[in-house]
Every structure is written in C-alpha cells, then in structure tokens.
Design a binder for this molecule. Sequence first.
Ligand SMILES: [Zn+2]
Length: 308
Amino acid sequence: MTLAAAMLAVTVAFPANGAKLPYVDKCYMIGAVGRGVTNLTVQGRSVDIYRTGAWATMVDLSEGTNTVDIVAGETATNLTVFVASRPVPNPFAPRPPEKKYEKLEYAADAPAPRRAAGGTSGMVVWLDPGHGGTDTGALSPHGYPEKDANLRVAREVRRALEEKGYTVRMTRDSDATLDLHERPRKAHEEKADAFVSIHHNAPGVASDPRRTRYSAVYAWNPLGEALAGAISQRMEETLEGDIPSKGVLHANFAVTRSPEIPSCLVEVDFLTAPQGEEDCWNHLRRRAIGRAIADGIDDHLRAGLADI
Ligand SMILES: [Zn+2]
C-alpha cells in the first residue's frame, strides 16, 4: 500500500482513479511516469513509455471505461478512467460566421519593400518569438512551454544575423506578454526589411501527438512567400533526414498580414512529440536551426540587393 501510494505520487499527471474525461477526437492520456514504473498497460495491452530526459507517456484511451495498470517492479496499481461519448453533431446547428481578416490598420497600402543602400548593415530584421508571459503556447509532454523554445531559437537567429551585419530587433527578449496585433507595429514604424515570427507547433485533436512532426513556414502574400521560401529551403537542408518539411503554406495570421514588409511565421518543429521535445533541448540542433533561418532571411534580402 505504501509503495503503491508512493508510486502514484510520482505519476501525478495521470488522471485520478475514477476520473471522468471529456471526449477528444483521439483519446490520449499524457502523464509523467515515475522512474520505478516498469510496465504500463491499458485494457490489458502494453503501451510505450517514452524516456525523454524525464519519463513520459501518451496512451490511447477509448470511449467508455478504461482500465490502466501501472506496474512498478512487483507492485501493480489499477486505475479506472471514464471517457465521455463522442458528441453527436447537430446538422441544423447554425454555422459560425466566417472569420474576416483585414490588413493591419497601421500598414501602408502599397507593397514597397525597402532596400538599404548600405548593404546588410543598413537593414533591419525584426524577430518575433511567439507567445510569452501568461500565454505559454503549446506544452511539451513534460510541460516545457513553447514560449521558451521560441525565444531560445529567436536568440540563435539574432546571433547569426548580427554576425552577417544586420540590425536585429525582437518583439520580446524576455518572458513578456504581448498583444498579437501589436507585435508587428514597431517593425512597420521602422520600415523593417523583414519580420519573422518563430513558433513550435502542436497538432490538432485529430492527429496523434506522439507521431506528428514536421517543419513549415507560413506566409500571407507573394512578398512573404518569397521570404518564406528562402527560409524553408535552408531549413530543409538543415533538418533533412530528421523531420519532414511541408515547405511554404498560406496562412492569414496577424503577424504575417503586412502588405509592405516581407513577413512569415516559422513553425520549427512539434514540441508535443516526445522526440520533438527532446530535440528542443539539444542546443547544437537549436543553433543549427537558428543559423538556417538566418541564412534564409539573408538569401532573400541579398537577392533584393542585387536588383538595385
Ligand atoms: Zn505558437
């Protein structure tokens, strides 16, 4: 009894015995697994325990009653967890109004990218580490917040760009809460040459967080797509054989809707996959990704310089 109680104490992220969970498209239980746990079974089937720095697991749960057996050496603890039934969609429910996106109110009308006469030293790149403060962004299986992973990558991008002679500014360089629509404002006021938002991804409820991993760069208009394409190409070269790339995707995000500044949003990787989380802790990989993003920005802005 004492041993079982001690073991449960280290598996705090698991639902309590008898817990009633809401239905999600695929029912996962995400929990920290104590070091003494040697075997975990759900409905009699053994499931993987990921050892990613600390230990964690994600297991499938089904609608209705689930039995989970946690075995630590000689001691077994049995949990019963209930998952609510899938809600029946109402075909007569009114459709939610379509979201309308407007150009940023402080952005100019005509696309007019600025090309600095002084080469890279006259150019200003704004980096936007996503989320921050009370907005954590996605969480890894161990609760590592996306806001921190984004800031660490952004600092690597800044370092690499400054080595190339660019002036780099950041929407935040600390754990600050920022308004989404205010993020590009100063970049506009300063007529920046590029604006790049940096994020780590999380899958939708229909995708398996254990297996979903890819990089992607999102842009809104042709100006942003050119920048996104250059970054995506460098990222693919760096991450080749590691995680797949979805290339450049179209997205109407608040931070990519600038008509006059090449803007894009980089989703570096998925923090929600156990291996994705472990890779985010690898500072050499982080530095390589930061350099790849900086190289892509540099490729794009230098191509513009050649046009003058
Ligand atoms: Zn994000």
